[in-house]
Design a protein around this ligand. Structure first.
Ligand SMILES: CC(C)(COP(=O)(O)OP(=O)(O)OC[C@H]1O[C@@H](n2cnc3c(N)ncnc32)[C@H](O)[C@@H]1OP(=O)(O)O)[C@@H](O)C(=O)NCCC(=O)NCCS
Length: 169
């Protein structure tokens, strides 16, 4: 598996992830197709400038154009100032094979090795079993249930956190 910076031509993967009702079921429902080109362009700019880590997951380096999903770390203000937040999405044909867990662990290893991002937080929806499973199995600690806003919508999440320097399992 490889992680590489997102590029503007990753628009198709963004549309499949963010405009799909099943993929977005735990994230407040599908986002409109218009605006996706701007979203991927903005993410690519932030990644290239190293302001955020916005990575696409390439499961097999022999086929570098095949994308399995995304994993990101960026600052987010949850009301008490900015925190480092990790997020992830895996496309349906790659789900349930450990791809999400391996990609999340790989990005947290990069954070540890580069001493970036400090304590990393995650906010999966309370009933998103696979995402909460990822948190549990890579070493996050459960803190509390909290309401968070994603793409303008509020929902109930589990707040997890870890210091990649000491907590990665
Ligand atoms: C959530 C998501 C990223 C999981 O990715 P994945 O590659 O399928 O997950 P993995 O195969 O790495 O599994 C991670 C853990 O969850 C468990 N798991 C996977 N699918 C599960 C399911 N449907 N129900 C319960 N547990 C599940 C796995 O067993 C594993 O735990 P383990 O290490 O204890 O065995 C993916 O399903 C997805 O993108 N869903 C839609 C978008 C989304 O919800 N994004 C996350 C928002 S926080």
């Amino acid at each position: 598996m490889q992680l590489r910076n997102v590029r503007p031509d990753d628009i198709d993967a963004y549309v499949r992830m963010r405009c799909d009702p099943v993929m977005m079921a735990d994230l407040g429902g599908p986002l409109p197709r218009e605006g996706m080109a701007d979203t991927v362009r903005r993410d690519a700019q932030q990644a290239a400038a190293d302001l955020a880590w916005v990575k696409v997951i390439v499961p097999d380096p022999v086929a570098p154009d095949v994308v399995a999903g995304t994993v990101t770390i960026r600052f987010r203000d949850i009301g008490e100032g900015p925190v480092s937040e990790i997020g992830w999405m895996v496309l349906p044909e790659f789900q349930g094979q450990g791809v999400g867990k391996r990609a999340v662990r790989a990005l947290l290893e990069q954070a540890r090795d580069q001493d970036r991002w400090g304590v990393v937080h995650a906010f999966p929806a309370i009933d998103n079993a696979a995402s909460n499973g990822i948190c549990r199995s890579v070493g996050f600690r459960f803190l509390s249930e909290v309401d968070v806003t994603f793409a303008g919508r509020v929902f109930r999440t589990n707040h997890w956190a870890m210091d990649p320097g000491t907590d990665l399992t």
